[in-house]
Design a protein. Structure first.
Lengths: 132, 484
């Protein structure tokens, strides 16, 4: 039997982590969660998930980008698709989804999703980007 | 109204009364003087339109008298009367300001003709004088208006530059000169393009020289400041462009506030959407039946969702309080509020919360503590936030002490705790909206980061201020200082 695909969620909202974990585990995925960028880096020392979901705004407004940058330039982790989640794009007129400002390339984002993000959406992205 | 007033100066009583009779019959007012001294006396009494002077007087001659009269400001038309008329006397008399020369003997018709002519001249002269005075007054007013405009422009906070049709500078007020780092003499009648050329103001120089439109507005950065530059063409009544006015207004503060507001909205949206997303995610798991058909495994999640909804409601309440604290509504005037009853109410609730973790709350208000000048609801909110925080961020078995006294002219309320304290580096951000110190000790504690922002605004609205002293790991003391 092939080992289950591992997904990492980094978000400071414990309820968000919990619901996504339960939703994906019900579909046979292995789900890791981290509540801070530091906790994520600690997890990534031993793990190489197939895909990582990052919250943009945690303790600092750009924590997600910084973490994305750190992961992106890491030799072992650099290839992992990164999906950025944010709750601020549409309302403030700040657009992160395009090439604007090179942010996407800078942090090697595969996708940018505007919160709230449903388990269904997450599942679709995981199936597209992480399941061979 | 009289036809005019005539002064007769002649030493011969017969001549005087003869002339008087004729002139009075014509409706003139008539005065008489027998010599020069009497004439000057008479002129002190009142003004005359016409003076008829005999050339030979007992104490002086007509021309000397005339000079004295002029020196004293007499404006009467003067007719010289003499029996010794010759052309030389006439020329001399005219040179010295005599308006007419009447040789003796003269007929009543001659006299009437001369007086009528002189009166006509006098009226014409009076009218001319009046017009000249009026003209001078309006010139004066114009000059005054120019001065007023100039001082008005000078006193403006905005930097103002005026150029003429050719683009030469005709006016630059002190703020503009300061901005250009030049003096008045450096700029007047110099081409604007030359003075503004190069540097941040260069585009303005070009626009002043050849504006595309009658009115242009643009924003520009000079150093740390943001300016709004407006160029307006002014035209004369025929619609011909006469020149242009450049106004630079410092909008740095406005822009800073706008950016601050933008940031606040971004944070607020994040704080509102995050719980919504989480609630939605928790509910999705239930509808998806991710954990099977049995309801029990879902109950903790439903309880979490319920709790998040409660917190959202609190957040919305606090956002409203925050918004209200920025404006003063009518009927919400501050009043003198006794502190003790409000504090007792707040402390009672805090004791209930603290009891579970063994945190005690004690109060020590000075016996003579005066009432606080603040809106009662504001005082309750301030105290409940500070005392609530002191309990929440305390250690198990810790204590909270609220002291109240008058110190240095302020009513001072100290809320001291024995809790986790605040890191010195984070003290400055403590009052920022949504700011929460992120530490291992605070991770498990809920809060929306609005409490202290509200406290700050309410205290400042009452004319007071806050102080905070804290040692990490030992505790914090928040002090409210209200005008006593």
């Amino acid at each position: 039997m092939t080992p289950p695909t591992t997904v990492l969620f980094v978000d400071d909202d414990r309820d968000f982590l919990e619901s996504k974990k339960v939703y994906l585990e019900a579909r046979g995925y292995r789900v890791l969660t981290a509540e801070s960028p530091d906790a994520a880096m600690a997890t990534l020392e031993d793990e190489t998930p197939a895909i990582i979901f990052l919250d943009l705004m945690m303790e600092h407004v750009d924590d997600g980008f910084r973490l994305g940058y750190r992961i992106g330039k890491d030799e072992r982790l650099g290839h992992i698709p990164l999906v950025m989640l944010s709750g601020v794009a549409a309302e403030t007129g700040t657009r992160f989804d395009g090439e604007a400002g090179g942010l996407r390339e800078w942090s090697r984002l595969a996708r940018f999703l505007d919160k709230p993000v449903t388990g269904q959406q997450v599942l679709a992205i995981v199936e597209e980007l992480a399941v061979a | 109204m009289s036809e005019g007033s005539i002064l007769i100066v002649d030493d011969e009583y017969g001549v005087r009364s003869g002339i008087r009779t004729i002139l009075e019959m014509d409706g003139y007012e008539v005065g008489e003087a027998g010599d020069g001294a009497a004439a000057l006396e008479a002129l002190k009494e009142r003004d005359y339109d016409v003076a008829l002077l005999d050339y030979r007087l007992p104490d002086t001659d007509g021309l000397s008298l005339l000079q004295t009269m002029k020196q004293r400001g007499c404006e009467a038309m003067v007719c010289m009367i003499t029996a010794y008329a010759n052309i030389d006397t006439a020329i001399a008399a005219t040179r010295q300001g005599v308006d007419f020369f009447l040789p003796k003997p003269f007929s009543p018709d001659d006299l009437e003709g001369v007086v009528a002519t002189l009166l006509r001249h006098k009226r014409a002269r009076t009218e001319a004088d009046r017009l000249r005075a009026e003209h001078e007054a309006s010139l004066l007013a114009l000059a005054e208006e120019k001065t007023q405009t100039h001082s008005l422009v000078s006193s403006l906070r905005d930097a103002v530059l005026v150029v003429n049709r050719d683009g030469d500078i005709v006016l630059a007020n002190p703020p503009m000169l300061a901005l250009l780092d030049l003096s008045d003499d450096d700029v007047l009648m110099r081409p604007a393009t030359e003075l503004l050329g190069g540097g941040a103001l260069a585009p303005l120089g070009q626009q002043l020289a050849a504006p595309a439109k009658d009115r242009t507005v643009r924003q520009l950065e000079i150093g740390e400041q943001t300016w709004m530059a407006s160029i307006v063409t002014f035209r004369d009544q025929e619609g011909e462009a006469r020149g242009r006015i450049l106004t630079l207004s410092d909008i740095s503060e406005v822009r800073r506030l706008a950016m601050e507001k933008q940031k606040f909205i971004r944070m607020m949206v994040h704080e509102l959407k995050s719980p919504l997303g989480s609630i939605k995610g928790l509910l999705e798991v239930v509808t998806d039946k991710s954990l099977g058909d049995d309801l029990d495994p879902y109950l903790p999640m439903i309880a979490r969702a319920d709790h998040r909804i409660d917190n959202l409601a609190l957040l919305i309440r606090d956002l409203l309080t925050l918004a209200r604290s920025e404006q003063t509504q009518e009927g919400e005037e501050p009043e003198l509020v006794p502190v003790a009853p409000v504090l007792d109410e707040v402390v009672e609730l805090a004791r209930e919360h603290g009891a579970q973790r063994g945190v005690t709350v004690t109060t020590a208000l000075a016996a003579d503590l005066p009432p606080a000048l603040i809106r009662p609801d504001d005082l309750r909110l301030v105290l409940s936030n500070l005392v609530g925080n002191a309990v929440k961020y305390n250690r198990d078995g810790g204590s909270v002490t609220v002291r109240g006294a008058v110190a240095d002219g302020w009513l001072r309320l100290d809320v001291a705790d024995t809790g986790i304290g605040i890191r010195e580096a984070n003290l400055a951000r403590l009052w920022d909206e949504f700011y929460r110190e992120s530490r291992d000790e605070t991770r498990e504690l809920e809060g929306n980061g609005l409490g202290l922002s509200i406290v700050k605004r309410l205290v400042e609205r009452a004319g007071g201020h806050l102080e905070v002293a804290s040692i990490e790991g030992e505790g914090s003391t928040f002090s409210v200082l209200l005008p006593a």
